[in-house]
Design a protein around this ligand. Structure first.
Ligand code: HEM
Length: 209
């Protein structure tokens, strides 16, 4: 088995692990004294971790020309979206029991929920268009323009976390610095004069099924 496929398999397992652990903890009735908060925090944290992991692919390819890693970007993006959906579903179902009026009020009035919801809304079209059909339909340029939304979505995810913590901002700051570095590398390469050989350069237009 090629090492790329082994890495891909390991990443699949790592992305399923948080959910499997939550299910095992649930089965064992071991979701802490406040299961809803625990589930919300776990799914939110993994959504952010995997979203940032998906943003490491482009810099990785630039620095070490690991072109094949493009295949991992869509996979990580969809897993991040999956955990955001779980996170939001827990909020709608377990936390607010489909009280749409209260949910609407929450989204409108609580800034950290507003910015979290904004991040969610920006991730929806990205997940829906992560396939070859959408690239063909949208054309490469417009698809890339649409997928630019991942940046404000990630920023909103970090701000969401930063605004919700009461006292200790250490963890949200770690995510903020990580995101700043990932965006900084992109800006550096955008501003750096391009000296690429035609063989090395591959436009990242493939959702890679
Ligand atoms: C649909 C919109 C969203 C809603 C309604 C929502 C709601 C929440 C709530 C209620 C909490 C717990 C707050 C508390 O403990 O007081 C939370 C925590 C969190 N959310 Fe969200 N969220 C949303 C979207 C997102 C997105 C898109 C991300 C990441 C990309 C995210 C990442 C997090 C993180 C990292 C935490 C904190 C986890 C921790 O404390 O360990 N959320 N969210």
């Amino acid at each position: 088995m090629k090492y790329q496929n082994i890495i891909r398999l390991i990443l699949h397992l790592l992305c399923w692990l948080p959910l499997v652990r939550l299910i095992i903890d649930w089965q064992r009735d071991d979701l802490t004294a406040n299961p809803i908060e625990f589930l919300t925090h776990s799914t939110g944290t993994w959504a952010l971790v995997i979203l940032l992991a998906s943003l490491t692919i482009t810099p990785l390819r630039k620095i070490r020309a690991f072109n094949w890693t493009i295949k991992l970007r869509k996979m990580l993006g969809l897993y991040a979206y999956f955990y955001v959906c779980l996170h939001f579903a827990i909020y709608i179902w377990l936390d607010h029991f489909f009280d749409w009026a209260r949910i609407g009020e929450d989204i409108a009035k609580r800034p950290y929920i507003t910015v979290g919801f904004a991040a969610f809304l920006m991730l929806v079209p990205l997940a829906l268009t992560s396939n070859k059909f959408s690239i063909r339909k949208l054309t490469g340029k417009r698809w890339q323009q649409l997928h630019w939304l991942v940046y404000p979505a990630a920023i909103c995810g970090v701000v969401h976390y930063y605004w919700l913590v009461k006292a200790d901002i250490t963890e949200p700051m770690i995510y903020a610095v990580a995101l700043a570095v990932l965006l900084g590398i992109r800006i550096f390469y955008k501003l750096k004069p391009q000296q690429r050989s035609p063989r090395e350069y591959k436009p990242d237009l493939q959702p890679s099924d």
